[in-house]
Design a protein around this ligand. Structure first.
Ligand SMILES: N[C@@H](CCC(=O)N[C@@H](CS)C(=O)NCC(=O)O)C(=O)O
Length: 219
């Protein structure tokens, strides 16, 4: 039975899971979540009433959360590119970095974006300032971490890099990475050159006008 993947090409967490699917050439059916796809949207909301995507369906199994989808694919549909190290202790570092990118890059970057689409009277200037401060702290820490490294954890591309790619991609649009953080910039460029992520970025190009802060003319 074909894997069903409920997602949208412009969504950062959808891209995170797509990288894993593309890395391994895993076959799946893209269940596109657009405003014109009411039936698919209703199916997805019934599957996951929390109303967040991506969601993966494999037969009678529904898998939520991008990190868990990637772990699930590695367990049940493995391909040539293992994204979680087999050694449990080494895998802890990969998962730590995955949490770092979700919690301290993706979350504050989403805060800035979602604030921009709120009605003016409901905006949260204080929360946005906190998000910007978190991103600066995260960029600074990551810059030290990435000095001398190719990928976020260990020597191989992993779950942590799947998380990093869309997080750093959009975070640099929302709150530019300071020029002094040259290791973060170099890592972001490596991620953009990775064919799996380059494909996800290309598929999302038609939707750039949706970016509430205005997409920059690059990347
Ligand atoms: N923790 C979830 C986050 C997923 C998430 O925030 N997805 C966004 C799209 S990138 C979403 O569902 N947005 C819908 C909304 O906010 O209404 C994961 O890791 O998959």
């Amino acid at each position: 039975m074909t894997l069903q993947f409920y997602a949208h090409p412009f969504s950062s967490y959808s891209q995170k899971a797509l990288i894993a699917l593309y890395e391994n050439g895993t076959p799946f059916q893209y269940r596109f979540l657009g405003p014109e796809d009411e039936g698919t949207v209703a199916e997805w909301q019934a599957l996951w009433p929390i109303k967040r995507f991506p969601v993966l369906v494999d037969g009678d199994r529904t898998v939520m959360e991008a990190s868990i989808i990637i772990e699930y694919l590695g367990l049940h549909h493995p391909g040539p590119v293992g994204l979680i190290p087999e050694d449990a202790d080494t895998a802890l570092d990969v998962r730590t970095m995955d949490r770092f990118f979700d919690n301290y890059i993706m979350t504050p970057q989403q805060k800035i974006v979602f604030d921009a689409i709120r009605p003016a009277e409901a905006r949260d200037a204080y929360g946005v300032e906190e998000a910007r401060a978190m991103l600066d702290a995260a960029y600074r820490w990551l810059d030290g971490r990435m000095a001398g490294r190719e990928w976020a954890s260990g020597d191989a591309f992993s779950l942590a890099d799947c998380a990093a790619a869309p997080a750093l991609f959009y975070a640099d649009w929302s709150h530019p990475i300071g020029e002094e953080f040259m290791h973060v910039h170099a890592y972001r460029r490596r991620l953009l050159a990775r064919p799996s992520f380059a494909r996800a970025v290309d598929e999302a190009r038609p939707y750039r006008s949706f970016f509430p802060l205005g997409a920059p003319d690059r990347d």
